[in-house]
Design a protein. Structure first.
Length: 161
């Protein structure tokens, strides 16, 4: 329990510090940390832990065709989320990626490629956000995303009170 609270506090602090750095350094391709992706062994228990025990608000859930959850975004602050994904044999439990928000995904991809980073062409998420995936120099997975007006993330951000 204490570890989870520290994790959540760390996410909030990281988001706040990202905003300060961006404000001080001017516009670059990265706006800040948006979310952390976690594959969970027992989705229902994990969702109950984050929402009922920790009191984190569910922003939205995307379901598979059979009605089972594909992913859930939990909203810690206006711009910071935890993404819960049911673990599978191909996607074992644990932290999977860090989500980074950008204003211009095409410009960010071009800039990352100029820096020698291997990055995929942007695609569309089930939540209607443009995204690409890449890894840092140590293999940490980064999901770089641009939230347009129709994306579920943008709608959750704008609905935050």
């Amino acid at each position: 329990m204490k570890g989870a609270a520290l994790f959540v506090a760390g996410l909030a602090l990281g988001a706040a510090l990202s905003a300060v750095v961006i404000a001080q350094n001017g516009s670059g391709p990265v706006r800040g940390v948006n979310h952390v992706g976690i594959n969970v062994a027992n989705y229902d228990q994990a969702l109950a832990f984050y929402t009922k025990t920790l009191g984190i608000r569910e922003a939205y859930t995307i379901k598979n065709a059979d009605g089972s959850p594909r992913l859930t975004y939990l909203q810690l602050s206006r711009d910071t989320f935890i993404e819960l994904i049911p673990a599978t044999a191909n996607q074992p439990k644990g932290l999977t990626h860090i989500g980074i928000e950008v204003d211009d995904i095409d410009g960010a991809v071009a800039r990352f490629r100029q820096a020698g980073i291997t990055v995929a062409d942007p695609g569309m998420t089930p939540a209607k956000a443009r995204f690409t995936r890449m890894a840092d120099r140590d293999g940490v997975q980064l999901e770089v995303m641009q939230f347009g007006p129709d994306s579920l993330q943008r709608k959750a951000i704008e609905a935050w009170k």
